[in-house]
Design a protein around this ligand. Structure first.
Ligand code: SF4
Ligand code: SF4
Length: 420
C-alpha cells in the first residue's frame, strides 16, 4: 500500500504490479446503471422513458440530436431516469435498468467489420476507445500501439488479458487493420509478457515497470521516440494508443456479432490484496465490494481507478463504467490527505514531474480560477500522472487543480465555439 512521505527527500520510484491474478466472473446484478453525457445547449427532447424495455447489447440514446450513446449490458426494463453530475460538473442522464437476469440479445449490431459500425456501436465497449479519430481526414494515423500495461499502480487488467487472451488480441488487430487501414501495430508490454505478446503478431516493445512509463504519452516517447506536443493528442502525430482490453473487445465484437458488455477490473482491498474480476458494465461498485467482503468504513476512501490517477467517490451506488480499470479501497491512514495550505515553494513537484512542468506556478493560478494563466504554464503538457501531488510537501491537491483547469478551459472553448 502506498504511503505518502511528508518530505520528499528522495525521488520515489513507484513500481507497477506485474503479478498474475486470474479473472473471476461476477454474475449480472439485479440492476445496471448507465450515464449518458448531456450536451450543452442541445435539445432536451428525450427519447427514453421509465418502463421502456431494453435488450442486452442495445444501443440507447437519450436525446435525438446527440451523438452520445450507451449500450445496455442487460435485458430488462428502465426503472428510473435521473440527473447526475460528475466530480467535474459534467451533466449526465442517469439510466437505471432492472435486469431480467436473462439475456435477450439485440440484433441492431450486424457485426459487419467497418469503421462506421465501430463508431456506431463500439464507443461504449470495454476500455472506451474512440474510433472517431480514424474518420478525421486531417489526422492520418499510421501506427497503432496496443497498451498491454496498466496505467496506474496495483492494476493488472491489461497484463492479464495479454497473458490469457493473446488470440482475441490478434483477432482484434486483424479487424483493426481492416477497418482503419493502418498496418503498423506495436504491442507494449512488460518484459515478462514478451512471449505472450509475440503471439499477437504485432511488433513487441517492452515497457519499464516504473510508474508512469505505461502512460500513453510515455509509451509513445519510449517506443517511437516521438513527443506529443502540448495541447495535442497522439493522433495529431499519427499515433493511436488502444488498450489490450479494447483490442480484444474489437476482436470479440466482430468475431461473435455481439457488442461486448463485460468489463475487466482489479479490486484492490485495504490490505493491498488484488482480485481481478469480470463484471457487466453498469454493475454498482457496492455489489462487487460486498461479494468479496470488502467493507469500507467511515473515512476510508473508495477510488475509481488506481491510487495515483483515480478519482475518489462518495457512493457505492456508482456503477462500473467502460473505462473503470479498478476499485481501490484505502484506509484513512493509507490515504494521502490533502490540505488547502499555500505552496511553500519547495520545488518537489517540479523536480518529480516527468514532463518538466512548473506545477507550483500552474496550480497557484488554477486554484483561484485563472485557467488561461494556468494554460500559459504548460497545463496542456500534463499527462495527469499525479506524481506532483504524491510528493507535495504542503499536500496540495495538485492533480485535482489540474483536471479542473483542463475541464473548465474545455467548457470555455466549447461555449466560444457555440457562440461563434
Ligand atoms: S500530474 Fe503533475 S507530475 Fe504528472 S505530468 Fe502533470 S504536472 Fe507533471
Ligand atoms: S506545490 Fe507542493 S511540492 Fe510544489 S513547490 Fe508548492 S509545496 Fe512544494
Amino acid at each position: 500500500m502506498i504511503k505518502k512521505p511528508f518530505f520528499g527527500l528522495k525521488k520515489p520510484e513507484l513500481k507497477y504490479c506485474l503479478e498474475s491474478f486470474p479473472f473471476e466472473d461476477i454474475p449480472a446484478s439485479r440492476e445496471a446503471i448507465l450515464f449518458l453525457k448531456k450536451l450543452n445547449g442541445k435539445s432536451e427532447e428525450k427519447l427514453l422513458k421509465v418502463g421502456d424495455n431494453v435488450k442486452t447489447g442495445q444501443k440507447i440514446k437519450a436525446f435525438p440530436d446527440s451523438p452520445e450513446y450507451v449500450i445496455s449490458p442487460v435485458t430488462g426494463k428502465i426503472s428510473s431516469i435521473f440527473p447526475y453530475t460528475d466530480a467535474l460538473g459534467q451533466a449526465y442522464e442517469g439510466i437505471k435498468i432492472e435486469s431480467d437476469r436473462n439475456d435477450d440479445w439485440d440484433d441492431q449490431f450486424t457485426g459487419e467489420a467497418t469503421l462506421e459500425t465501430a463508431i456506431d456501436f463500439l464507443e461504449f465497449a470495454p476500455g472506451k476507445f474512440s474510433f472517431r479519430k480514424f474518420s478525421d481526414v486531417t489526422k492520418k494515423v499510421d501506427t497503432i500501439i496496443i497498451n498491454g500495461m496498466d496505467v496506474d499502480l496495483g492494476i493488472t487488467v491489461n497484463q492479464e488479458i495479454v497473458r490469457t487472451n493473446s488470440s482475441r488480441i490478434k483477432e482484434g488487430i486483424d479487424f483493426l487493420k481492416k477497418i482503419t487501414g493502418v498496418s503498423n501495430f506495436i504491442i507494449a508490454v512488460p518484459e515478462n509478457l514478451s512471449k505472450e505478446a509475440n503471439r499477437t503478431g504485432a511488433t513487441v516493445k517492452t515497457v519499464s515497470a516504473t510508474f508512469p512509463d505505461a502512460l500513453p504519452e510515455m509509451i509513445i516517447k519510449n517506443t517511437l521516440g516521438k513527443v506529443v506536443p502540448a495541447g495535442q493528442k497522439p493522433e495529431d502525430i499519427g499515433v493511436a494508443v488502444i488498450s489490450a482490453e479494447s483490442t480484444a473487445a474489437v476482436g470479440e465484437a466482430f468475431a461473435t456479432g455481439k457488442v461486448p458488455v463485460i468489463k475487466a477490473l482489479s479490486v484492490v482491498g485495504k490490505n493491498g490484496k488484488v482480485i481481478n474480476v469480470k463484471a457487466r458494465i453498469g454493475t454498482p461498485i457496492g455489489d462487487i465490494l460486498s461479494k468479496y467482503n470488502v467493507a469500507p468504513e467511515e473515512n476510508d476512501r473508495i477510488i475509481l481507478g488506481g491510487p495515483m490517477m483515480g478519482t475518489a467517490t462518495y457512493s457505492k451506488d456508482l456503477p462500473i463504467e467502460p473505462n473503470t480499470e479498478a476499485i481501490t479501497v484505502q484506509s484513512e491512514s493509507d490515504s494521502a490527505q490533502v490540505s488547502d495550505y499555500p505552496c511553500i515553494s519547495c520545488g518537489e513537484c517540479v523536480r518529480i514531474c516527468p514532463v518538466r512542468i512548473p506545477v507550483n506556478f500552474l496550480c497557484r493560478f488554477a486554484e483561484f480560477g485563472f485557467y488561461e494563466d494556468a494554460e500559459r504554464y504548460d497545463l496542456n503538457s500534463c499527462i495527469e500522472c499525479g506524481l506532483c501531488a504524491y510528493v507535495c510537501t504542503a499536500r496540495r491537491p495538485l492533480l485535482q487543480y489540474i483536471k479542473l483547469a483542463k475541464h473548465e478551459l474545455e467548457l470555455i472553448k466549447l461555449s466560444e465555439a457555440v457562440n461563434e
